[in-house]
Design a protein around this ligand. Structure first.
Ligand SMILES: [Zn+2]
Length: 111
């Protein structure tokens, strides 16, 4: 079971958490009622989509309408968000990637 693998937590807040699995390196993202595990390239792709939707749709949609649909690496599950959630998830994921960068820098320092 993946959920029992050890994780490096990159971000944790009332919205959820983001961590990386110590054995396979995939990102584990918990947000709202969903939790999904994706590779870094997919996470970056998702972050890009979120950033675009955050920018282009801000004035055109009711922030509470669930109208943003995202692929989370599964054939039968999609994540559906409203604009407020798009903003929150985008900030959570960019935070996590920033933290990952810091941790990699610290880890690569000569001892
Ligand atoms: Zn894993």
């Amino acid at each position: 079971m993946h959920t029992r693998h050890q994780m490096d937590i990159l971000h944790h807040s009332t919205d959820g958490y983001v961590g990386t699995c110590c054995s396979c390196g995939r990102f584990q993202v918990a947000f709202g009622t969903s939790m999904f595990q994706i590779h870094e390239d997919m996470l970056r792709g998702l972050l890009h989509e979120l950033a675009e939707d955050e920018r282009y749709c801000a004035e055109r949609v009711d922030p509470r309408t669930k109208c943003f649909v995202y692929d989370v690496g599964s054939e039968c599950v999609r994540m559906v968000l409203n604009h407020t959630e798009v903003v929150r998830l985008r900030s959570m994921l960019s935070d996590a990637l920033w933290m990952q960068g810091i941790m990699e820098e610290v880890g690569s320092e000569p001892k």
